[in-house]
Design a protein around this ligand. Structure first.
Ligand SMILES: Nc1nc2c(ncn2[C@@H]2O[C@H](COP(=O)(O)OP(=O)(O)OP(=O)(O)O)[C@@H](O)[C@H]2O)c(=O)[nH]1
Ligand SMILES: [Mg+2]
Length: 203
């Protein structure tokens, strides 16, 4: 297994010349606005407020970089990686111009950031497929970057519904069992499954 032993906010950026100079491998977190990206990062890192939780959806409009120090249990080896919280998509109250800006910001990040080694696509466990989720998934596949779908807010549905909802999402997005996990920031579950994926697919 793996422990995240220290984490710090590095930088917010819009354009590549603002990205932090860092050679560490990076994991990007994408998903609809309000899906729970920042909450996921806080929960995984066991931090209350390293990533800002929005009071208003669609608030995170910058690319936020965090540097994480981790320790692997198997080797006691210490390493670094970065988490990248990308701005959420699909918030209705955002203007067309802002949506275009978002598209460009994400596209450029994926094109330019060679450190990018993994993509976490967060989807509300209660929701149906969204076109943008599919676009992100296809992008990760096309670039041959390992990806994981995280079905968030699993506490909002009954425990017995969780496997059924996961199966439905799997069918909609053509995912294998290893490519999706259920998660709840509120109940703090799904953390170990995320770490397992990280060990197997990234590290
Ligand atoms: N019940 C429940 N609520 C959650 C969970 N995760 C996040 N939330 C709530 O959902 C809202 C949005 O969470 P954020 O983590 O800010 O979502 P985000 O995807 O970062 O949102 P943007 O940055 O605006 O795109 C907040 O009110 C959170 O408290 C969860 O696992 N369970
Ligand atoms: Mg956020």
């Amino acid at each position: 297994m793996i422990d995240f032993i220290q984490s710090e906010f590095l930088k917010s950026a819009v354009k590549p010349d603002q990205y932090p100079a860092s050679a560490f491998l990076e994991l990007a977190f994408v998903g609809r606005s309000n899906v729970g990206k920042s909450s996921f990062i806080n929960t995984i890192l066991n931090r209350k407020q390293i990533a800002r939780i929005s009071t208003k959806p669609g608030k995170t409009r910058l690319i936020n970089f965090y540097q994480i120090r981790f320790r692997r249990h198997d080797s006691e080896q210490i390493g670094f990686m970065n988490f990248v919280d990308l701005p959420g998509y699909g918030y209705a109250k955002v203007s067309k111009k802002e949506r275009e800006k978002w598209k460009e910001m994400i596209a450029i990040f994926f094109q330019q950031r060679i450190q990018l080694r993994g993509v976490i696509i967060l989807i509300d466990i209660r929701r149906k497929k969204d076109e943008k989720d599919e676009i992100m998934l296809e992008l990760a596949k096309k670039m041959e970057i390992p990806f994981l779908v995280v079905a968030t807010k699993a506490d909002k549905i009954g425990k017995t519904r969780i496997p059924i909802s996961l199966q439905n999402l799997q069918k909609e997005f053509y995912l294998s069992d290893e490519e999706i996990i259920a998660f709840s920031s509120k109940k703090k579950f799904g953390i170990d499954n995320f770490k397992k994926w990280l060990m197997k697919s990234i590290l």
